[in-house]
Design a protein around this ligand. Structure first.
Ligand code: SF4
Length: 389
């Protein structure tokens, strides 16, 4: 398939691996963070780390939208269906993220099904959908029910949610709203660079970033220039195929060797400096910055997420149902927070692969295939076993 096969070519990969080995200086180490879960998945799935010299180390970042959802937000989504009787529509991945009290959307869905019809009252429902348009259709088919779309994701998924809200407004749908949990990439990168582990203690060393692919098709490469200029960290925007990732690592190494810190675009087949202006205008019309938003692992980050503008308040589930966020601590053994900040690796969590597995996730990083723990469980855990045997 065009744009896929040529970016998975084994001979080219061997050539790139040789170029990386040659470029990496013997007298230093290179620590690069891949921000995005898509890159984490590609690195694990295609064994990219095995092709790198030991002095080049990849650090997983927080760019998996499911992983950064705090428990309190999942609790709010469950409460919408369980306590307020709405039909909550969610993508598949958030369904399995652990919530309070041993629940998840999936378990809550099963509970709601079991109790349906008790005492004759109308119970809420949780439905899994493939796109926001499904939620809109459900609202049209159920005019006497409140339907809420659980909207998550980084800048890639925000424009479709904006389209959905505008469509609902145009249709005059009075029973449809959005529980908006959209978050922003640059704020998360800033938080990592400002974290004590990076700035004060130096326990997390980051020499450069592999920047997101899909997110950058929307926001362009310009927002990353700040990190290159202010923090002197090279950024290379890269596609999600293995050769994209390897080429971007080579580009980062070359920048570091030359003492340069600029934004380079390896994913030029889809990303421009300005990004998708039409999508940006649409997002600006429907959303505004939140003062603060709680991220799993990173805590409350100022201006790091979006909320629905008051012009579209009728479609804002948080306003409509007076929802309030309440922080909830992660499972005491879970190291998701440290993993999302690049402080620990999945295999350093003591319940990785034993108590916590993709079938029974204890933390959010084990849920989505883009989560660092799920990616390492699927593709890397046998290498760990081989290393100790
Ligand atoms: S293995 Fe599970 S519990 Fe441990 S950090 Fe990963 S997701 Fe959290």
């Amino acid at each position: 398939m065009k744009f896929i096969d040529e970016f998975r070519d084994g001979d080219l990969a061997r050539g790139l691996a040789a170029a990386i080995r040659q470029a990496a200086r013997a007298d230093r180490e290179y620590h690069f963070m891949e921000f995005c879960g898509g890159h984490t998945h590609a690195i694990s799935r295609y064994g990219v780390t095995d092709l790198l010299p030991p002095k080049v180390r990849m650090i997983h970042g927080p760019g998996c939208p499911v992983c950064v959802l705090p428990i309190g937000r999942i609790d709010m989504a469950i409460a919408l269906a369980r306590d307020l009787g709405v039909i909550l529509c969610s993508y598949g991945d958030p369904m399995r993220v652990p919530a309070s009290g041993g629940l998840s959307l999936l378990k809550a869905k099963a509970g709601l099904g079991r109790n349906a019809g008790d005492k004759g009252e109308r119970r809420g429902e949780i439905r899994m959908i493939y796109s926001g348009a499904d939620a809109l259709a459900i609202a049209q088919q159920n005019p006497d029910r409140e339907v809420v779309f659980f909207a998550i994701g980084f800048e890639t998924t925000t424009p479709p949610t904006a389209v959905l809200i505008k469509q609902a407004q145009a249709l005059g749908l009075g029973n449809f709203s959005v529980f908006c949990c959209h978050v922003l990439t640059p704020s998360a990168i800033a938080s990592i660079l400002e974290s004590p582990e990076v700035r004060q203690w130096g326990s997390v060393r980051i020499d450069g970033f592999i920047g997101p692919a899909h997110v950058s098709t929307i926001i362009g490469t310009r927002p990353y220039e700040f990190f290159a200029e202010e923090y002197r960290k090279p950024v290379v925007i890269a596609g999600f195929e293995p050769l994209d990732v390897m080429q971007s690592i080579l580009m980062l190494i070359r920048q570091v060797n030359a003492g340069r810190a600029v934004v380079e675009n390896e994913f030029s087949r889809a990303v421009t400096r300005a990004g998708n202006r039409k999508a940006q205008r649409l997002v600006a019309e429907v959303f505004e910055l939140r003062r603060s938003f709680a991220w799993r692992g990173l805590g409350e980050l100022p201006y790091s997420a979006l909320r629905i503008r008051k012009e579209f308040a009728d479609f804002d589930a948080e306003r409509r149902f007076a929802l309030r966020y309440q922080a909830v601590a992660d499972h005491p053994a879970c190291e998701c927070g440290a993993i999302l900040r690049g402080v620990k690796r999945p295999q350093e969590c003591r319940i990785f692969g034993s108590v916590c597995t993709p079938e029974n996730p204890i933390g959010s990083c084990m849920v989505s295939s883009e989560g660092a723990c799920a990616a390492h469980y699927s593709y890397g855990r046998f290498a760990d076993l081989a290393a100790v045997s």
